[in-house]
Design a binder for this molecule. Structure first.
Ligand code: ZN
Ligand code: ZN
Length: 375
């Protein structure tokens, strides 16, 4: 997959990482396969036992240490970094330790990707006794949390793709099919809408919807069911994520009443998003509305999560997170009501903080989608 982000933006990202390293006292940044590495290089490394590592240090130019057999996949934008292939049979940890030492002053602090396997970290720590290893998040989170105009365009495009899939829910056949069959059909539709990968398809019907992350199974959808449908994929590197509820025939009065409350809570939480608000404030607004209506005890998760190159990233919209929201931050607002043994409901949009408020990237209608029970 080629990146839709321009080479100037990559140069800015690298400069931003270097500046942040200086601010927080990091001598060397060591990124292994994952979104941080992709963010700085546009290269999507395979998360394998053969390690790929981008090293941005005090000395020398940024270097991508990469398994030789994967080197042909690496595209270097405008000399942003150099490529150092290593061969099978070489001492991998020795190669990495040597490259890290070359890029670092004595007794360095090295910021290593959190996703790096503990085995690799332990082996490196053993070879590099006078090194302090810390998490790369302290360098990368500040950069990745604030989306550029180009990133916002890509997130909006991913949201439009998933909304196009939602638009087809009404015409789909639901009654009599298993959750898994329906999930498979939606997965194909996500790819058809331009996602290169399907990250998850939750189809949780009837009482199964009371479990927020239900794994679609062999239950057949019945007339009268309400179904939580939460889907997301990756399009041009950026993630989509949307939840709507489908009812097969008119939903029961208890479901209608709960959904009306959920909708008000979600709307109020979105409306509370603006620069200067705290992440925890948004969670409190959604939770407050549901608590006032008697559903507080059934809202069992945080209100949202940031989204970008990862489906879940910072900022997390959760009690206790006092992070101040800023223009360019992008996250889900997705309160839910889960009544064990009975039903579940969730409503989710991705929103972006603007200079003077908020904009929703998802534009699919918020009503329960009522599907034809005879289809
Ligand atoms: Zn979701
Ligand atoms: Zn979500």
């Amino acid at each position: 997959m080629s990146s839709r982000i321009g080479s100037t933006e990559y140069a800015d990202r690298m400069a931003g990482a270097r500046q942040r390293m200086e601010e927080v006292g990091i001598d060397c940044l060591a990124l292994t396969a994952g979104a941080d590495l992709f963010y700085l290089t546009g290269y999507k490394a395979m998360p394998l036992e053969r390690i790929t590592m981008l090293i941005v240090g005090a000395y020398g130019e940024p270097t991508l240490v990469v398994p030789a057999l994967e080197a042909p996949r690496v595209q270097v934008l405008d000399g942003l970094f150099r490529v150092h292939p290593w061969n099978d049979g070489e001492d991998m940890v020795g190669v990495l330790a040597c490259a890290l030492r070359k890029a670092s002053p004595p007794n360095p602090t090295i910021a290593l990707s959190e996703q790096t396997g503990a085995g690799v970290l332990l082996a490196l720590a053993d070879r590099m006794r006078h090194t302090r290893f810390v998490g790369a998040n302290r360098v990368m989170r500040e950069l990745r949390m604030r989306k550029s105009a180009a990133e916002l365009d890509l997130l909006r495009d991913a949201a439009a793709a998933v909304d196009a899939v939602v638009a087809d829910y009404k015409a789909m056949r639901w009654a009599g099919r298993t959750e898994r069959e329906i999930a498979d059909e939606i997965g194909v539709a996500l790819r058809g809408a331009g996602h290169e990968t399907v990250n998850f398809v939750i189809v949780a019907s009837g009482p199964n919807a009371a479990s927020p992350h239900h794994d679609p199974g062999l239950r057949r959808v019945e007339v009268g069911d309400t179904i939580v449908v939460d889907v997301g994929g990756t399009k041009n590197g950026y993630c989509s994520d949307v939840t709507r509820c489908v009812a097969v025939g008119e939903p029961a009065p208890g479901v209608v009443k709960a959904y009306a409350s959920l909708r008000r809570a979600q709307e109020a939480a979105v409306a509370a998003v603006c620069p200067g608000a705290r992440a925890s404030d948004i969670d409190a607004v959604a939770r407050g509305h549901l608590t006032d209506d008697g559903y507080g005890g059934y809202f069992v998760h945080r209100t949202g999560h940031g989204i970008g190159l990862d489906a879940h990233e910072e900022p997390y919209i959760v009690a206790g997170n006092t992070e101040t929201l800023e223009s360019g931050m992008c996250f889900s607002v997705e309160p839910g009501i889960y009544v064990p043994g009975e039903f579940g409901l969730r409503l989710e949009d991705i929103v972006a903080v603007t200079p003077d408020g908020v904009t929703s990237l998802n534009t699919a209608p918020h009503d329960i989608v009522v599907a034809d029970p005879t289809a």
